[in-house]
Design a protein around this ligand. Structure first.
Ligand SMILES: Cc1cc2nc3c(=O)[nH]c(=O)nc-3n(C[C@H](O)[C@H](O)[C@H](O)COP(=O)(O)OP(=O)(O)OC[C@H]3O[C@@H](n4cnc5c(N)ncnc54)[C@H](O)[C@@H]3O)c2cc1C
Length: 478
């Protein structure tokens, strides 16, 4: 759909022409997000600085019938922040921490604040924003809210929804609402919580009140080495069954270890079939009590080595390896497809052996990095993008993996969202009735489907199919 005549001029009047970008070379930057298999080009990108400007942009777009999409850092991995034509509302200028109230443990931030930056600001008060996606050096709080982001430490501390007290939002008719507040115990339904995880399809968040969590007084990070993947996955259940709740319990398999060691030498054992990175935090006495059962659970399941990080440098080195694991895959393959699925953690052994089976059936290598304590997996399917069907085969393989997750009671996504990538699979997970309820909710707030159209729900009113490197089959429920 071509941009309606006069719209970009009007947006220029609202913001100043320097904050309205139609240069085709610049628009290339917005063609995709972290998921490179889907691409779509917007007509124009605008850069507001305030909630009021966002509201005026949205009212203007609505009056022209033009679609609009919010964008944070574009690290999303399901194509949620791309737009086929229309207007991208890029929130990177809204990047201020507006208030830190350390006594009442909250901060008020604009949506474009980068997750790590917020943590740097609140750390001197002995506090943190607990959700720690591996992309935290780049991703924004607005994006975290929209995707209900998780991360290694959400095993103990919960996902983003557990850490949001309130939001200021702009609805698709341009109305501004303040939802929630600075303390958690308020009357009435929690509308702010309802919006978390709606992937920017119901409202645009322009301010966030985040809950801050005290930093743990002590931390101990351990690395257990396993000669079999099953030894590592069985240890996960054994540790939790022993009554220990680690702050993080991450699994990295051999292929991923090879990539990390080739890239940045984190000190991971390259001979291991899998490793567990286990972090305990709390009072020193508490950690001392929990360490022995953790080591015992690992040894009983065949761990050949159990190492405790000696000092902060070694600890940071291990975490650097984990947080850069996905990016390191570039050392092994010119392209890879990052997947995201969840299973009950008692089924980790089953799903990992199923993943390897599916990978070899498709003659593709699959590396795995998992928030194992949560049963949340990221199978990384390596493929050759220069062959005609390379990407399509990787997608096919990934889809089969997700169906295997569903078969054992899991989910097609844990933290990366549905976006455009998985919307055709929604009817494999939800009934037509479930989806109809979701669509009704969306329509109540977004009646003309102008805000982030064509995302999350299968089929339906998509404003032009997203131009994909791989075709996305439409759903059939509508
Ligand atoms: C290497 C790598 C590692 C990752 N690791 C993790 C991980 O451990 N855990 C995890 O959960 N995710 C992870 N991700 C995915 C991604 O970083 C998160 O989903 C993150 O929350 C997206 O933030 P963003 O600012 O980049 O959002 P974007 O990609 O810009 O947008 C994502 C979605 O949010 C919407 N949106 C953005 N801002 C707003 C707003 N203010 N109001 C309304 N809607 C908005 C967009 O429209 C889009 O639908 C990873 C990604 C990469 C590339």
């Amino acid at each position: 759909m071509a941009l309606p005549a006069g719209l970009s001029r009007k947006l220029g009047k609202l913001l100043g022409p320097q904050w309205v970008d139609k240069d085709p070379a610049d628009l290339l930057v917005y063609q995709s997000d972290g998921l490179t298999l889907h691409a779509a080009t917007p007509d124009v990108v605008v850069y507001p600085e305030t909630t009021e400007q966002c509201a005026r942009i949205i009212k203007t777009c609505a009056s022209y019938g033009a679609p609009f999409v919010a964008r944070g850092a574009g690290t999303g991995l399901s194509g949620g922040a791309i737009s086929d034509g229309g207007v991208i509302i890029q929130l990177s200028r809204m990047n201020r921490v507006l208030q830190i109230d350390h006594r009442n443990r909250f901060a008020i931030v604009q949506p474009g604040v980068v997750n790590n930056y917020l943590n740097l600001q609140v750390r001197p008060f002995g506090l943190e924003f607990a959700p720690d996606p591996s992309s935290q050096a780049a991703c924004t709080i607005g994006g975290n809210v929209a995707e209900n982001a998780g991360g290694p430490h959400t095993l103990k501390y919960g996902v983003t929804s557990n850490h949001i007290l309130g939001q200021t939002v702009v609805f698709p008719d341009g109305s501004i609402e303040q939802l929630g507040g600075t303390f958690p115990l308020a009357a009435g339904p929690d509308f702010s919580a309802f919006l978390v995880g709606t992937e920017g399809t119901i409202a645009i968040t322009t301010e966030v009140i985040v809950r801050l969590t005290p930093l743990a007084p002590s931390v101990k990070t351990m690395l257990a080495t396993f000669p079999t993947v099953a030894g590592a996955t069985e240890s996960v259940s054994a540790i939790l069954s022993a009554g220990v709740l680690p702050a993080a319990l991450e699994l990295i398999d051999n292929l991923c270890i090879q990539a990390v060691e080739a890239h940045l030498k984190a000190g991971f054992p390259t001979e291991a079939a899998a490793i567990l990175l286990i972090e305990l935090d709390g009072e020193e006495s508490e950690i001392a009590n929990e360490s022995a059962p953790v080591e015992k659970a690992c040894r009983q399941n065949g761990a050949t080595d159990f190492r405790v990080a000696q000092g902060e440098d070694e600890r940071q080195q291990l975490w650097r390896g984990r947080k850069h694991a996905v990016g390191s895959l570039g050392k092994l393959s010119p392209a890879f497809y990052t997947n995201d699925g969840v299973v009950p953690r008692s089924k980790l052994t089953t799903i990992l052996s199923e993943i390897y089976r599916i990978g070899s059936k498709h003659s593709l290598r699959v590396a795995n990095v998992c928030h194992a304590g949560d049963g949340s997996m990221h199978p990384l399917v390596l493929f050759d993008p220069t062959t005609a069907d390379g990407a399509a085969r990787a997608m096919e393989c990934s889809e089969e993996i997700l169906l295997a997750c569903l078969e054992i009671g899991g989910s097609i996504t844990g933290e990366h969202g549905v976006g455009v990538e998985k919307r055709h699979m929604m009817n494999r997970m939800f009934s037509a009735r479930d989806l109809e309820h979701m669509a009704r909710l969306r329509t109540a707030f977004n009646p003309h489907d102008l805000l982030n159209p064509g995302k999350v729900l299968p089929g339906g009113a998509t404003r032009g199919e997203v131009k994909a490197g791989v075709s996305i089959p439409g759903g059939s429920w509508i």
